[in-house]
Design a protein around this ligand. Structure first.
Ligand code: 5GP
Length: 189
C-alpha cells in the first residue's frame, strides 16, 4: 500500500535497532483518512472470507479494528490486557510476551463475544515476533470459531512473526513490510 509506505517514510521514526514509532499517525495521534484507506484495503483482501467479527488487542489495535469492522459491517471485539472487575467471569485467556516492554501479560476476551460459528479476522498495528497474533489465534481456537486470517498494518520482516504464522498456514496480509532499517531510514521489502 504505497500511500501507507509514503507516510511511514515521511513520519515514521526509527528507535534503536528494531522499533518504529508511528505515533503521529497511527499509535497516538490518528490520521482517520489513512485509517479509512487501511480499512478499505483489508476489506478488499478479506471480503470473500465470510468474516463475521474483527478481533484485536488493546490499545493500539482498537482504532484500526473499529474502522475495519465498519467496512465489513460486523462487530469488533478487542482482547483486554488488564484484569477488570467489570469483565465477565467466563473468559478465554492467553499469554503474550511483549518484546517492546519485555514482559508477559494475559489477554482476555469474554466468552459472550465469540461464538463457535464466528469467522474471525484478526487485525493489529504491528507484526514483530508474532506473539500478539498468536495469543489472539489461541483465543479463537479455544472458542471453536474459525480464524480467516491476520491483517497487519506494518510487518517488520526482519523479525520472525510473519514467517512463523505463514508456516503454520495462517493467511497473513501485511499492508507494508519492512525489510530493514538503514541509517535510521525505513527500507521496505
Ligand atoms: P509481536 O507480538 O508480533 O512480537 O509484536 C506486536 C505487538 O508489539 C504489536 O501489538 C505492537 O503494539 C507492538 N510492537 C511491536 N513492534 C513494534 C514497533 O516497532 N513499533 C510499535 N509502535 N509497536 C510495536
Amino acid at each position: 500500500m504505497e500511500y501507507l509506505k509514503d507516510r511511514i517514510r515521511k513520519d515514521g521514526r526509527v528507535e534503536g535497532k528494531d522499533i518504529l514509532k508511528v505515533d503521529s499517525f497511527l499509535n497516538h495521534q490518528i490520521d482517520v483518512a489513512l485509517m479509512n484507506a487501511i480499512g478499505e484495503e483489508f476489506y478488499q483482501r478479506f471480503k470473500d472470507h465470510g468474516v463475521t467479527k474483527i478481533l484485536t488487542i488493546e490499545a493500539s489495535g482498537i482504532a484500526i479494528a473499529a474502522i475495519v469492522a465498519q467496512y465489513f459491517k460486523v462487530p469488533m471485539v478487542f482482547a483486554k490486557k488488564t484484569e477488570s472487575r467489570n469483565l465477565d467471569a467466563e473468559t478465554y485467556e492467553s499469554s503474550v510476551y511483549s518484546f517492546t516492554k519485555d514482559k508477559t501479560y494475559k489477554i482476555r476476551v469474554s466468552k459472550k463475544y465469540i461464538q463457535e460459528t464466528d469467522r474471525i479476522l484478526i487485525v493489529d498495528d504491528f507484526l514483530a515476533n508474532g506473539k500478539a497474533a498468536n495469543g489472539l489465534i489461541d483465543i479463537v481456537e479455544q472458542s471453536g470459531a474459525t480464524h480467516c486470517g491476520v491483517g497487519i498494518v506494518i510487518e517488520k520482516g526482519f523479525q520472525d512473526g510473519g514467517k512463523i504464522l505463514r508456516n503454520k498456514g495462517v493467511n497473513v496480509q501485511s499492508l507494508a513490510i519492512i525489510d530493514r532499517f538503514e541509517n535510521q531510514k525505513v527500507i521496505f521489502a
